[in-house]
Ligand binder design. Sequence first.
Ligand SMILES: [Zn+2]
Length: 298
Amino acid sequence: MNYIILDLEWNGSYSKSERKFINEIIEFGAVKVDNDFNIIDTFSTLIIPQIGKKICNRVSELTKITNDELKDNGITFQQASEMFTEFSSDCVIMTWGNSDIHALIDNYMYYYNDYHVPFLKKYCDIQKYCEKSMGIYNASQQIGLSTCAEELKVGFSEEEHHRATADAVLSLKCVKKLIDKYHIQDYIEDTDNDDFYHRIKFKAHFITDLNSPEIDKSQLEFNCKLCGGTAKRTSKWKSRNKGFSANFECNDCKRAFIGRVYFKKKYDGIQVNKKVYYKPEPDENTDCESKGNKTGDN
Ligand SMILES: [Zn+2]
């Protein structure tokens, strides 16, 4: 089986007709590798922006791609799509994280009114593969490609980094450091079904209504972290920072604490995150705060 490591560069372009920003793809860079991850072919093209007329400063600083370069050497997204689909026939597509797939979905939706990516039959997120293999996977905090390369002692030049083909090669070098020890097959997904697209397009969000039937009410109970005893709630629930918090008191050791809970709706279900904060013990020598309050009441 052959694999393609694909990297895209894009520009935040404002679409007047859609009234929103679209991550408009301006460069495709890819390497095709064989079963042993040796490079057998490369693909590189610039794309003339059709949604935004100019690339923004941040993108041109990061990528060093200029508007003139795009105008002189670029082709249309539709042309690039046809060429790349031919180049990648029956290969597993790999990208560093799934933001490139999000960009592809947005561009196909814009140009073809169809979010299916024609060359995507089998997909592998190599960021996830690297993180899990390195034992540093954390769904809410992903590492960047250059950090991963440093961790794995893969050399790269900062000059070339952030250009599509160079980043694809860098991703490949990271994979090659791990491939003998960790099976990549387990990370390859079939993408010719709508479940893949629903999953990738699903936007995780916090549930901010405490009465939502999706909330498991038993998650609103807290135990004391200090003695392990049960606790009773001593205030109403308050919405706070996308979560809910309330005061509690331990039934055993009587310590007061704040219980905070977040419910995040993900594609696979609700993720619950609970935290407990203890108030500092009242200091008998410095009770000026309570005295101050009494004075204030007068
Ligand atoms: Zn306790």
